[in-house]
Design a protein around this ligand. Sequence first.
Ligand code: HDE
Length: 765
Amino acid sequence: MNESGPVKKIAEKAGEVVEAALSGSRPEVPGVPGAEPAQVDEPTDPRPPLPAKPDQAAPAHTSATGRDVGADQDARAQTGEFLTTAQGVRLPDTDHSLKAGPRGPVLLQDHHLREKITHFDHERIPERVVHARGAGAHGVFESYGSAANVTKAAFLGKGAETPVFVRFSTVLGSRGSADTVRDTRGFATKFYTSEGVFDLVGNNIPVFFIQDAIKFPDVIHAGKPHPDREIPQAQSAHDTFWDFVSLHTEATHHTLWNMSDRGIPRSFRMMEGFGVHTFRAVNADGGSSLIKWHWKPKLGVHSLVWEEAQLIAGADPDFHRRDLYDAIESGAFPQWELGIQVFPDTPEQTFEAIDLLDPTKIVPEELAPVQPVGLLTLDRNPTNFFAEVEQVAFHVGHLVPGIDVTDDALLAGRLFSYVDTQITRLAGSNFAQIPINRTHAPVNDMLRDGFHQDAVHSGLAPYKPNSLDGGCPFFAGAEEHAFIEFPTPVAAATKVREAPASFDDHYSQPRLFWLSMSPVEREHIVAAYTFELGKCYEQAVKERVLRTLAHIDPYLCSQVALGLDLPVPKPDEPLAEPQPSAALSQVGRSWPTQGRTVGIIADPDVDLAALEALRRDVLAGDMVPLIIAPTGGKLTAHGAEPVLVQRTFATARSVEFDAILLAGAPAPGADAFGGRDAKAASPAADGAIDPRISLMLAEAWRHAKVIGAWGGGERAVLAAGIPVDAPGIVIGEGGAPVLTEITEILAAHRVWHRFPAPTESAKAH
Ligand code: HDE
């Protein structure tokens, strides 16, 4: 991999963003709402619309037919100083309907009223049937060229740079649901390549619940809220989900991943991505290999803890969106390396006895290393959520020459589904012409008409063969980058509704995953199953799930049974003894801390110059500082530059921060009483310290987060009942040395050794 080229360039660009933020008129990133500061009185002097913010980008300006129109970045935004109708007619008023006198009836002839309300009535489009809740960003993919021997895809050629748009999502929840629910996450990437659009529509979990697309409506119906009362929203902790996955045991592997820390990511930026299915790669010589796609986050794979995820769902349901946008706005551009596992394309389509067409199986990285092929950087936020994130339309069938599909029966159903769903969701068949979906390659497709046709096709012969349009368009050959299906042999067979025998193995890989987990990760899995089943009503469902757990591991099964007060079943077949895969565990290494959120609690009489210096140090370390003070506004002191307060004791909650720094020991604020703010009502609170701060520290403590303090902050730590010599508590002389030390600890994500996991033998009973 080339660490000096793209990585360095991106680092420079990120540095420029940080520099601009520090020197600009609005240095308190993230969270700046508009391109210019607002004034208190309503502005009345006509002026052109404000530009987009510097962290934002819009879809490239290609025509509906893929032509670069070379327009300015904001060419699709509103234009002109004056309010107009949709037809561009200027308006003098939008506050009053046209009436027969001030108290009179509203007149039907008010075309402005009717246009405004009618358009409003149709603002919503159907949300995605799955993956409705999401967030997206623009970026660039820079290819290392290392895949050139397996695929001729131009975007994977050496040095190729390809614009991309990525959308992350949860699966089960509706559009307004919380980000931090326990669920699989979508990781869909649109590459605008020179050979047409390539979509890699993957998840953050490498396996799927089902082996055949025909079961997709079943698993989704089971996971969605109960049809009678429409609860619970965006959760798997209910009877129908567990009923299905315990009867349909091929779901065991994916379910186990969901119950692991992978089901509650800390950030989209800290998730792996997987293509799940095996794809086929074809090189320039016509050679075929089977491949699996992997996205590896530069920041490592990290998760929330369950209590934190639940608190965030209330305190900041937009947590993952905000995290993505804030990191990009702050110049901490998230990056992933794209990698491939490559397997020989043999007639059996297996590798080391693993069936490559079975999407409930992984190939451990120890058996087939992930080879890095390029670097993805997300460096711009969307300018308009609806236009970009809501309207982006992915499709697994958006393939480019050099990448083809296999006979995976799950993939086959997807190849039908994605276009079909867009036709409903985006109201017609011309969704490829919506700006975010437009290819950057020339289009001459003979598709015509339909709702919302944006192209103005010339000529009169959208058919082939023709002579009236000069025979155009013409066929391309391999030399002209045509997509030519790989001539895969198909064995003689009989029509059946059956799966291969190897698809019946539902437990060896869940056991592999379990055995690969560290002790703390195993405890989280036990707790997740116990919680989810504890929320179910039917005993039969719980007992049936325990039977599946008995096939994964006796400790897992017995501990969950203990929590449910149910008997421990025995497996009806001997357990497999697979080789664990170290690559599956998230714990035990160090990672960069870019984009981590550092909450800085400021005593009102803190040294403001030192506070500002610390804020800048955090920003310069590519992390996101947020100043927390008793009240909003600005902290001021004679002779010092004021410092903007970004969170107050009333609005802040520990779960927003990866680390908490205490610059002093704030006394109770004016609103620190239970009648005003229930967070302040803890009976254990020490009267000398604001009780909200004690609560914040206590939560950070039990979520195994690092806490740093100086200038009296030690007193606040002690007052919260936290031993100052405990792991991950850093007491220092000043902000700078404490920041250095907490950054080192943050590199391990959490202070895992604060609460050592019990050994399995110690807990066995
Ligand atoms: Fe999807 N999936 N899916 N899926 N999927 C959709 O397409 C479908 C599957 C995935 O951010 C839908 O535009 C079927 C696997 C992502 O816009 C729909 C089957 C994987 C996204 C659809 C699967 C995915 C979707 C809903 C079983 C991981 C969000 C709206 C064969 C490899 C993309 C839409 C975005 C979205 C169908 C299974 C990933 C209905 C039939 C396996 C990331 O077409």
